[in-house]
Design a protein around this ligand. Structure first.
Ligand code: 5AD
Ligand code: SF4
Ligand code: FES
Length: 348
């Protein structure tokens, strides 16, 4: 009985709020995943793109209630990679087959705009065939422009929730959804390929909030959409809240694939943390990107956004091989490629 609403979503890339809410919590979702996978294969075949994630600082000036890196968490030992350490991570990543590097960190103003530009320029000159993605939070428009001029072309900034009333329940009053959205529009306007997204099952989230997230994404039309289940971190105000549901996350991955057929959608580490086969299931629901860690092993445990994060004891080469095996086991393959967005289907 749901087949016809799923077919309609497949055909029109849209659905009413009521239908979206039904599909988000659809119990037997095999047909939803099947149609999403069909779309995914039409645009991206059985390719899975990789991004080498360099978590270069766990300092953060913000205090998001959900995140273990929040400034007021004094139980986390803080670290910063030196520029040389960052370049070494990228060199190792290049050898392992990564052609996109994602520089991710808390909002750490120790790294000035100029310093970020210098790092971007060096990564681009060391690896001209690679893309550099930044994921360093909210900065001024002029800073974003400078990053672009230095050679960065992609920027990840999840909107977290598109509902103002929900946003204030997740963040202290110094932070605002309006500012975050303005950052996303600025990035887009400058010419970045923009990634946004949200957590699934964050405290107080309702089905209406999730529909608002999907509607905001329809407005923004991002190139990349990252979602993952909320996972509590013991030293945060949300330390004893429930984790988000893997099933709901998978349903949303499939819905996103049908609404945004072209999109780069990662199968996230958070999915892999809550379910040992979470990342494989994400790909089978329509995801087409994985983002393993390239940071030096000795720092990985310290990038503790949430508890029990996987891969914190593994070397970069181990993660690469592990993912290769996982992806092959479900009939897909990791490609050595920048992994640019594909706006059109490559096969029917
Ligand atoms: N559980 C899951 N995801 C989280 N993030 C932050 N804290 C958590 C958590 N406790 C996500 C946010 C952020 C991204 C880097 O990690 O969506 O944008
Ligand atoms: Fe900082 Fe990002 Fe964590 Fe918020 S989610 S505390 S901005 S690292
Ligand atoms: Fe890191 Fe499997 S991906 S160990």
């Amino acid at each position: 009985m749901f087949e016809c609403v799923i077919d309609k979503l497949f055909a029109t890339k849209n659905a009413s709020d009521e239908v979206l809410k039904l599909l988000i919590d659809l119990d037997d979702a095999d047909y939803l995943y099947k149609r999403a996978l069909e779309r995914r294969v039409a645009y991206y075949d059985h390719d899975v793109f990789t991004r080498g994630l360099i978590e270069f600082t766990n300092y953060c000036k913000n205090n998001c209630y959900y995140c273990g890196l929040r400034a007021q968490n004094h139980n986390v030992e803080r670290y910063r990679l030196t520029p040389e350490e960052i370049y070494e991570c990228a060199d190792e990543g290049y050898e392992l087959g990564y052609r996109t590097f994602v520089l991710q960190g808390g909002e750490d103003m120790y790294f000035s705009d100029d310093q970020i530009c210098e790092i971007v320029r060096r990564l681009k000159s060391d690896h001209p065939d690679c893309a550099v993605t930044l994921s360093i939070g909210e900065r001024e428009r002029e800073a974003y422009q400078a990053f672009y001029d230095a050679g960065a072309r992609r920027y990840l900034l999840r909107h977290e929730t598109a509902n103002d009333a929900h946003y204030v329940k997740l963040h202290p009053k110094e932070m605002s959804l309006a500012h975050r959205k303005q950052c996303l529009w600025n990035l887009k306007d400058i010419g970045f390929q923009v990634g946004s997204g949200f957590m699934v099952g964050s405290p107080f989230q309702t089905l209406d909030d999730l529909v608002a997230d999907l509607r905001f994404l329809q407005e923004l039309q991002p190139d990349m959409i990252g979602i993952g289940p909320f996972i509590p971190q013991a030293d945060t105000p949300f330390g004893d809240q429930q984790a988000g549901s893997v099933k709901r996350t998978l349903n949303l991955v499939a819905i996103l694939r049908l609404m945004f057929p072209y999109a780069l959608i990662p199968s996230t580490t958070a999915l892999g943390t809550l379910d040992p086969k979470g990342r494989e299931l994400g790909i089978l629901a329509g995801a087409n990107v994985v983002m393993p860690n390239l940071s030096p092993t000795r720092f990985r445990k310290l990038y503790a956004i949430y508890d029990n994060k996987i891969c914190t004891g593994d070397e970069s080469a181990q993660c690469r091989h592990c993912l290769e095996k996982r992806v092959e086991s479900i009939g897909f393959h990791l490609v050595v490629d920048r992994g640019d967005v594909r706006r059109e289907a490559v096969k029917l």
